[in-house]
Write a protein that binds this ligand. Sequence first.
Ligand SMILES: *[C@@H]1O[C@H](CO)[C@@H](O)[C@H](O)[C@H]1NC(C)=O
Ligand SMILES: *[C@@H]1O[C@H](CO)[C@@H](O)[C@H](O)[C@H]1NC(C)=O
Ligand SMILES: *[C@@H]1O[C@H](CO)[C@@H](O)[C@H](O)[C@H]1NC(C)=O
Length: 216
Amino acid sequence: MVPPSLLILVLAYSALLISPAVSLTCSSQKFTKNQVYPNCLDLPSLSSYLHFSYDASNTTLSVAFIATPSKSGGWIAWAINPKATGMAGSQSLVAYKNSSTGVAVVHTYDVSSYGSIVPKELSFETWDRSAESGSDGSLIIFAKIKVPADLATKGTVNQVWQVGPSVGEDGTLGKHDFAAANLQSKGTLDLKNGQSSSSSGGDSRLKKKNVSFPSF
Ligand SMILES: *[C@@H]1O[C@H](CO)[C@@H](O)[C@H](O)[C@H]1NC(C)=O
Ligand SMILES: *[C@@H]1O[C@H](CO)[C@@H](O)[C@H](O)[C@H]1NC(C)=O
Ligand SMILES: *[C@@H]1O[C@H](CO)[C@@H](O)[C@H](O)[C@H]1NC(C)=O
């Protein structure tokens, strides 16, 4: 017979064991080159993580975005949308593993509209771009971004992220899923306080128009 006091102790201990669930997953993620970012966020959908630092003196944002393509051989993307909250207009960093070389690469895409997703330089400066692949199938996008002055003044940027299943020989991105998680993967990134809010339920403007997402 277990004494009641011991039982309470055991229950209290289990509660302690469970409580780490509220702590961030991202804070346990380490980088192979020991890069350090003071802020990290467990993004609210697609099991994605953003590590970042922001230097307000020169409006430079350094990011490491971690996600796992929806299928092996797929892609991940992280974007700033300078003018809107959804995908259209997103200035995107996309990573995938080149199937012939096995090397993870980053490319930039300007999602000017839902029908036009083309590899392109972004509307703001980015540098130190690189990608890494993890043994668990995840990919990481590293980049530094010169945040445009108007967004820097506001102190927040609209971020969008996505994962997809495949990449064509010519770099064409295979369509991502249309599940709720894929449509809710956007939010506001607070540059100064390191906190993020995500829009729940998606963009009502887009819902009304019932647009579909052709591919990222
Ligand atoms: C801003 O300053 C940081 C160091 O604090 C530096 O790494 C970065 O390259 C600078 N950005 C620009 C655009 O000069
Ligand atoms: C993969 O790498 C090869 C060799 O560098 C290159 O020719 C090809 O365009 C790359 N493919 C993609 C999809 O990036
Ligand atoms: C949106 O389009 C889909 C597919 O064409 C359709 O099944 C759905 O009913 C539409 N929703 C609205 C709100 O119009």
